[in-house]
Design a protein around this ligand. Structure first.
Ligand code: GRF
Length: 218
């Protein structure tokens, strides 16, 4: 059965756009049924509307507590009958209760080679540490921030001349390839998460998941 995808955003939504494009090219065998933003001015909302996708704004500042916000978010996702929940630049910490409610169904993309550099300013931190490589990770969401099982990582070399902005651009290119790819596997029932363990064609996936290097796509 065609999977129903909900995408949660807070900003530009370039990852959302990559997913919209992959659906329209039938590279993803699924349907984006809802885009939710916690900010009314997120540009990603316009991208969704242009693609005739239903949008909803749940302005987090309208809520007294994280629990109340998460309750409405959960109700919206249940009403949309979402099978796959995609966090794409969604800048909100979710309550443990919410995360557990959607265990094995919710994905995130994080701009680092996890488990390195959880949290913010990932590219600057990789440069400061003189790392040879940087990248991004698509992972399932668990109660541990940026700590869930990894499905795929995109990897690029850090050039000595790279500043954080240049590195972010290279990593973004990878994000726009690996996120649709992972979602397509889920929609085709190739990739599954069971109790936070990932299986690809029923085989247990190793800890850091599939890899894609920017060199392979240039
Ligand atoms: C991406 O860099 C992603 O890794 C992080 O937030 C950013 C979202 O960018 N979680 P966009 O809104 O998809 O352009």
């Amino acid at each position: 059965m065609t999977k129903r995808i909900a995408v949660l955003i807070s900003g530009s939504g370039s990852n959302l756009q990559a997913i919209i494009d992959a659906v329209s090219k039938k590279q993803i065998n699924g349907e984006i049924v809802l885009v939710i933003s916690n900010k009314g001015d997120a540009y990603g909302l316009q991208r969704a509307q242009q693609a005739n996708i239903e949008t909803q704004v749940l302005q987090h500042t309208d809520y007294d507590s994280r629990e109340a916000f998460d309750k409405d978010l959960s109700n919206a996702l249940i009403a949309a009958k979402a099978d796959v929940i995609v966090l794409a630049g969604f800048m909100r910490i979710l309550t443990e209760q919410f995360v557990n409610q959607f265990q094995d169904k919710m994905l995130n993309i994080h701009p680092s080679l996890l488990p390195k550099y959880k949290g913010l300013n990932t590219h600057q931190r990789a440069i400061d540490a003189k790392d040879s490589h940087a990248g991004c990770s698509v992972h399932y969401v668990t109660a541990e921030l940026d700590g869930g099982p990894i499905a795929m990582q995109g990897i690029t070399a850090i050039d000595v001349t790279d500043d954080a902005e240049q590195l972010a651009q290279k990593v973004h290119r990878l994000e726009h390839i690996i996120y649709p790819k992972v979602i397509s596997w889920i929609c085709d029932d190739q990739l599954t998460s069971i109790d936070n363990r990932l299986y690809f064609n029923s085989e247990l996936l190793d800890e850091t998941g599939f890899k894609l290097s920017l060199d392979d796509v240039q």
